[in-house]
Design a protein around this ligand. Sequence first.
Ligand code: NAG
Ligand code: NAG
Ligand code: NAG
Ligand code: NAG
Length: 643
Amino acid sequence: MMPRAAIGLRVLGVVIALWCAVLGGGAAQDLAADTAALLAFRDAVGRRLPWGASSSPCGWRGVRCDAGGARVVRLQLPGAKLVGQLPVGTVGNLTALRALSLRSNALSGGIPADIGNCGELRALYLQGNQLAGEIPEGFFSLQLLQRVDLSHNRIAGGVSPEFNKLRRLATLYLQNNSLNGSLPADLDLPRLQLFNVSYNDQLTGPVPALLARKPVSAFSGTGLCGAPLSPCANPAPPSPSPSPPILPPPAAPQGSKSSKLSGGAIAGIAVGAGAALLVALAMIVVLCFKRRRRKDGRPADVDEDASPVSVTVARTDKSEMKRSRSSQTMASGAKKLVFVGGEPDMPYDLETLLHASAEVVGKGWLGTTYRATLEGGAAVVAVKRLREAPIPEREFRDKVAALAALRQDNLAPLRAYFYSRDEKLLISDFVGAGALSSLLHGGSGAVGRVRFGFTSRARIALAAARGVAFIHGAGSSHGNIKSSNVVVNHTHDGAYLTDHGLVQLLGAAVPLKRVTGYRAPEVSDLRRASREADVYSFGVLLLELLTGRPPANAVPGLDGVDLPQWVRAVVQVEWTAEVFDASIADETHAEEEMMRLLKLAIECTEQRPERRPVMAEVAARIEHIVDSAIRNADVDDFESVSS
Ligand SMILES: *[C@@H]1O[C@H](CO)[C@@H](O)[C@H](O)[C@H]1NC(C)=O
Ligand SMILES: *[C@@H]1O[C@H](CO)[C@@H](O)[C@H](O)[C@H]1NC(C)=O
Ligand SMILES: *[C@@H]1O[C@H](CO)[C@@H](O)[C@H](O)[C@H]1NC(C)=O
Ligand SMILES: *[C@@H]1O[C@H](CO)[C@@H](O)[C@H](O)[C@H]1NC(C)=O
């Protein structure tokens, strides 16, 4: 006979064993269900996905499991050529999913009605598809959602008041869809940071109070009204104006009947009036400025450091350049081209240069860059025509000599200069195939079509980092790091920095450029930009390479974002991979290296200058990243060959 205690223990043991079996079996069951759902997903929209080689889905492309390998927690297939409708029983059956990205595909039909089963979902990125229909009811039960991007689809219906259930929502992007009706007046999302409903032309009615301080561009191309847009036509809102209020409101008419103006409206008018005053002042300044240099053919608005390469110069512009330069030569008499660091093998003079065929390759705040082919094809040089900036000749000469002494493989070598009171030219070798900015953001077709993978990007970053580190090692700073000042070589695996030190050639009288997305927060005067500020700008450049997005105010005609802020916002939600450019995001073999480069970029863009790494360290770390990316690529090739 067994003692009671022993029986009790036995029973307990059996219970524990059973419990474990149930749990273990349950987990396996769940992974099996996830696998079935993924296979159904593949059959519906992704026939070409290379899935199913191994029995566990955890190693499949774009699929990530939790630490124990028990459930699928991420499905990430940006730009994976998915086509067709997402049926129920696919993503809706992945009930442990925390992040889903199917952006930049060709998905059509509606958002699956059973999406509401994915109660763990924090991030949902479906932008850039052809999804239609209304947002399904179940979506609003996803209470953990933080980032939602449904932009650039054909989603219809109204913006539901049920969005208020998503208390953690920080990003809500709905732009470029077919939403209609009005926005919920009592919209109340305490954590909302990023919001956009622009280009939903059937949205009407007032902007909810919660959104009154969002940028105007978040509402462009809609029929919405009220702050930050023009005030709503109060009595009846028939919205008769066919043109959407893209621009901020004109100030309310004087003597308006309305006796009560809300505080907001008064503030709005004050701001509007202030802005008008500023605009008027700016115009006066520009006009005076223009007058002072009437022979100059450049547009007065030079605040965009434009990137596009190979803009063939208009004939008038070109002849104007010659004319102005020729007249200048006469005026300045015996002024000559001064070679720095020795004459070239085939010396040329100013006349030759003026008669060279030239095209504009870049126009910016500092001046205009021409690509000039000397007569007889003797040489191809880059001529930088600096904006008018009073600086004494001796100072100019000394500074240029210091710049010319900086010789390194990743810096475009400076060869000569020309100085007169009104005209300053810097002549350097014409290097590379085109600016990084046009490679990333388009502009010239030939370059744009080449696949521009992660390893290339990392190598270009390395070349640029070495150039900057060299300048810093010489006790100087670049002062103007940005993608239009990085020239990529023909094989897209190396680069040259241009325009280093040029900001210092501007006299103190030159007005400041408006803030761009590359500038470190502590910098108020570019002429005194420190090495730490260079590191910040370089970090923004890295983010641009990784995300494929232009920083704010960097590329004319392209909307930018505050890249460091945007990336931090996305990275906060566990799922860092979401920031990557769709055209590199599928390089799973390099995922770790991408993450390391991203981490480095975030360190470089620390707000506090003293927390940023020094450039030599940055270069060394990128070198390691490039090395291991190349090693991985080799392994990848090997595997695809051997299998
Ligand atoms: C999805 O889950 C439902 C309910 O559990 C199940 O009936 C269905 O077969 C699943 N679909 C797939 C494709 O696994
Ligand atoms: C968004 O919609 C606007 C208006 O239709 C259009 O001009 C813009 O190009 C769209 N953006 C994209 C990226 O398609
Ligand atoms: C919005 O569009 C839906 C169809 O997608 C339609 O049923 C609804 O009536 C429209 N609402 C308004 C206010 O126009
Ligand atoms: C909103 O989206 C539009 C269209 O894509 C874009 O042009 C605009 O810059 C965006 N604004 C904000 C504040 O995100």
